[in-house]
Design a protein around this ligand. Structure first.
Ligand SMILES: NC(=O)c1ccc[n+]([C@@H]2O[C@H](COP(=O)([O-])OP(=O)(O)OC[C@H]3O[C@@H](n4cnc5c(N)ncnc54)[C@H](O)[C@@H]3O)[C@@H](O)[C@H]2O)c1
Length: 440
């Protein structure tokens, strides 16, 4: 098959949406992608190694707030979406998209084993005329250095009978304004034809597609976005520490600065960085740069500042109690929110867990409320969420806001709690006696 034949056939199948698509990894990224593809009219199979997740999605239980159960039921009913643990389902698909995790090892080096395992499954089932796209956030060079050899070892000729591209996912789970279809995609293929076919696929789903000259440009673009966020959050955190020393609220300062209509983007302080992306991805860049003999200094400084924030919040609580002639040991602390960000139930890398662990280690009696997270493990202890009632608020020696979920009534919290330590400035603008509320 010539490159031209294969790419023309694939382009036609993508354009008329008869192309069959497999999405590997059905988590926060892969499931919404599979759903958008199915909504666009493609026949989609989701493949995931987690049998429990597959069973839950099969009966309509979604792991992400962006995909309601009704949507899963409707798509399954239409026959355009199914999910399985069986990699044989890759056979016969024209397009395969890989959306598996890219965590860190304990050493903070990239753990690329999930991508390698998924890509090996795909390469092992390669058939001429396929488009394969990697969406997982990863170090620059992954597509070219890891994926290309896997496929070539199976006889694929990249750009001729196999089309390979990197296209980073940029979704923000739980974001009410920007859903997947509203966020432009970046596509970098190994060859121009690979880029063109990848871009054609995503044009069926999203408003804008930016084609770039190589997979590495696309890999770096995603890392730059997340390093940008990580560094700016670190700056906001350090700024908040400086503002506190000067007796000024950082939120008021940042909001005032944000009135400048150009050259400024507001980022806000908090108890640290969490989630699967911002806390993790910058290390994919710094690891690669270290191999290239260069230390990514901003990445390290931002990590140092952000990683110290949970301890800073524990200190704030201890000092606030001390000023009220209480000690942390034996104090009843009610935490509001344990998810890593507002409006979601994701506790991966959540700094709230570190704050709670730090409090527990110093003898505090910790409980938490979070409408999205029914239970958590702190140290060796499993905790179940408690309701936020007038009684629980009043009974706590200190209520600490760790996640600014929109569900909490911050006016009520400020009115009933004897002491509030607010690490998110969620009570900013709420009238409360100054001596009862400590803000970051
Ligand atoms: N969550 C986000 O907000 C977000 C945003 C943009 C990019 N990303 C990136 O997207 C990638 C996926 O993240 P996620 O949040 O969807 O992770 P996730 O943990 O929610 O989902 C990943 C899924 O892949 C499955 N899986 C693991 N190995 C597999 C394999 N070999 N074959 C098939 N399935 C496998 C897991 O069981 C899991 O269900 C990561 O690289 C992440 O950095 C995430």
């Amino acid at each position: 098959m010539s490159s031209n034949d294969a790419s023309v056939r694939l382009a036609a199948a993508i354009n008329d949406r008869t192309a069959r698509v497999a999405v590997i990894g059905q988590g926060y990224v892969g499931l919404p992608l599979a759903v958008e593809l199915a909504r666009a009219g493609f026949r989609v199979v989701g493949i995931d190694t987690d049998a429990d997740r597959v069973a839950a999605i099969t009966i309509g239980q979604s792991p992400t707030p962006d995909i309601p159960s009704d949507t899963l039921h409707a798509l399954a009913h239409s026959g355009r979406y199914r999910i399985t643990t069986d990699f044989a389902a890759i056979d016969g698909n024209d397009v395969v998209i890989i959306c598996v995790p890219t965590p860190l090892r304990k050493s903070k080096d990239p753990d690329i084993s999930f991508v390698a395992a998924a890509a090996s499954e795909v390469a092992g089932r390669f058939h001429p005329g396929q488009l394969v796209v990697l969406e997982s956030t990863t170090y620059p060079g992954t597509t070219q250095e890891l994926l290309v050899p896997l496929f070539e070892a199976r006889g694929a000729r990249v750009g001729v009978d196999l089309f390979l591209a990197f296209s980073p996912e940029r979704i923000d789970p739980g974001n009410p304004k920007y859903k997947m279809k509203d966020i432009p995609k970046i596509v970098g293929g190994v060859t121009e034809t690979c880029t063109r076919l990848g871009a054609l696929l995503y044009r069926q789903l999203v408003a804008g597609v930016r084609e770039v000259s190589s997979p590495m440009v696309a890999e770096l673009a995603k890392l730059y976005e997340n390093v940008f966020r990580n560094v700016n959050i670190a700056l906001a955190n350090e700024f908040a520490i400086m503002c506190r020393r000067l007796g000024v609220n950082s939120r008021e300062v940042i909001d005032a600065a944000a009135t400048k209509p150009f050259g400024f983007l507001p980022f806000y302080p908090g108890p640290g960085i969490g989630g699967h992306c911002i806390a993790v991805d910058p290390f994919y860049l710094s690891w690669k740069m270290r191999l290239n003999g260069y230390e990514a200094r901003f990445v390290h400084l931002a990590d140092e500042i952000n990683a110290a924030m949970p301890h800073y919040v524990v200190q704030l609580i201890a000092e606030a109690l001390n000023e009220r002639e209480r000690c942390l040991k034996g104090a009843r602390i009610l935490a509001l929110g344990v998810a890593y960000k507002r409006g979601v139930g994701d506790t991966r890398e959540s700094p709230a867990l570190e704050v709670l662990h730090g409090l527990q280690e110093r003898g505090a009696l910790v409980s938490y409320a979070d409408p999205y997270v029914p239970s958590i493990v702190v140290g060796d202890t499993q905790l179940k969420a408690v309701p936020v009632s007038d009684e629980t608020l009043a009974a706590a020696d200190c209520v600490v806001v760790l996640t600014d979920h929109p569900d909490f009534d911050y006016a009520r919290v400020s009115e009933l709690a004897t002491l509030v330590v607010d690490s998110r400035n969620a009570t900013w603008g709420v009238s409360a006696p100054a001596e009862r509320v400590v803000r970051l």
